[in-house]
Design a protein around this ligand. Structure first.
Ligand code: SF4
Length: 402
């Protein structure tokens, strides 16, 4: 099995021990969730590539597109050589480009030539992202162009506010750095995100300091030599390898993941038992409760407000496009309201209206019967966020939406 020693942008975000594990255990397969995520990304990439320009709309405008093949490239070194050859021809559009060196590699969905002639040309990297890279805004403007006009029209100021995602920034920064080494860097990059019809531009120089820091952090001498539990462990393919290591160390991150144990580590407390033995009051009590498997620990004199009728509200959303499922758990029964239609459509609005109407009916019934009523949800950023967003988006035109 070939072990890729170069770093990719995805190695620069999140747990750096993942890179160590990937190099040491290349045989560990990706999780089902990761494969599904990759498939979604491939589908998004394919859909965007379909929108890239195929010909010029003017005889006076030179148009020479070279398609090097799909990404990720099976042989990145070969593709990087093909990329250099394509650049040397002065092609106006190059899809499936790859830049690589001893340390890192990056695939670029499309390189778009700027400048009228080959002699004065430079290139702008265009990357496909599954994130929402910009959101409509009344007062902020950024440069953008329809995806099918990339390299054919000058970008215009559009009423959107950019949303920065670290991974997208690293992708563009790497591509710009490779172009800079070739003397072909336009200084800007473009991202096509969830709105696949638009490409938004940004200044790639602004990403370079962060890329420097991230690349320094994955230098072999700076890589961690053991795992530390973080949020992403829950979905990481290397967890079956890391968990026994963490347990053998009794690492404090088992109880306090990520940075939450930093203060204790600074005091020399690196294990769960160490925290228990330190007798630090509540933190030690909680560590001890965690060790015993105690799920809830009463802290002081606590009374929980209860109601005669209690409903637990549930929700599932797809990225930031909308909520396709509302659910309610009441008296041991789960009531579901779901749509598989396009999000942001009437179907989503009506689905939310149905759920909200049902919820309000249960409240009215409770109050009519002289009973108290309470609805709960797990997360302010999940259910509460989408209840407010759904009301904002749909209330004007959908009966039943508050
Ligand atoms: S399981 Fe956790 S610590 Fe191990 S590589 Fe994955 S994210 Fe890192």
């Amino acid at each position: 099995m070939r072990v890729e020693k170069q770093v990719r942008a995805s190695d620069l975000v999140g747990c750096r021990y993942r890179l160590v594990q990937r190099r040491t255990h290349p045989e560990v397969p990706r999780t089902d969730a990761a494969q599904a995520r990759a498939a979604r990304y491939d589908a998004a990439r394919e859909a965007v590539w379909e929108k890239f320009p195929r010909k010029s709309d003017s005889r006076r405008r030179v148009f020479r597109r070279i398609d090097l093949g799909p990404l990720p490239a099976e042989d990145p070194w070969l593709r990087s050589l093909e990329t250099l050859e394509a650049l040397a021809t002065g092609a106006t559009h190059i899809t499936g480009a790859v830049f690589t060196n001893e340390k890192w590699l990056v695939g670029v969905d499309m390189l778009v030539r700027e400048g009228a002639s080959t002699s004065e040309s430079s290139y702008t990297p265009v990357m496909v992202s599954t994130h929402r890279v910009a959101r409509k805004h009344d007062s902020v403007k950024i440069l953008g162009v329809p995806t099918h006009r990339l390299g054919l029209s000058e970008p215009l100021e559009l009423g959107y506010k950019p949303r920065h995602h670290v991974l997208d920034g690293y992708h563009l920064a790497m591509a710009a750095r490779a172009l800079e080494d070739l003397g072909l860097n336009s200084g800007r990059g473009a991202l096509v995100g969830q709105d696949q019809s638009l490409a938004f531009y940004s200044d790639t120089a602004s990403y370079q300091p962060a890329l420097d820091a991230a690349l320094a952090a994955v230098e072999p001498a700076n890589l961690p030599t053991q795992p530390r539990r973080v949020k992403e462990c829950a979905s990481c393919r290397f967890w079956p390898l890391c968990e026994p290591e963490l347990k053998a160390m009794d690492d404090i991150s088992l109880f306090l993941p990520g940075d939450r144990a930093r203060a204790y580590r600074e005091d020399g407390i690196n294990t769960v038992q160490g925290l228990i033995d330190a007798s630090l009051g509540l933190p030690s009590q909680l560590a001890s409760a965690w060790r015993d498997g105690t799920v809830l620990l009463a802290h002081g004199d606590i009374t929980m407000p209860r109601a005669d009728v209690e409903i637990d509200v549930d929700m599932e959303a797809y990225m930031d496009q909308g909520a396709y499922l509302w659910g309610a758990w009441m008296d041991g029964t789960y009531y579901d309201f779901v749509t598989w239609e396009k999000l942001g459509s009437k179907a989503e609005a009506h689905n939310f209206a149905d759920f909200w109407t049902w919820l309000m009916e249960r409240r009215d019934e409770a109050h009519a019967a002289g009973k108290t009523f309470a609805a709960y949800c797990y997360s302010a950023h999940g259910e509460n966020h989408w209840m407010r967003m759904s009301a904002q988006r749909f209330h004007e035109h959908t009966p039943g939406v508050p």
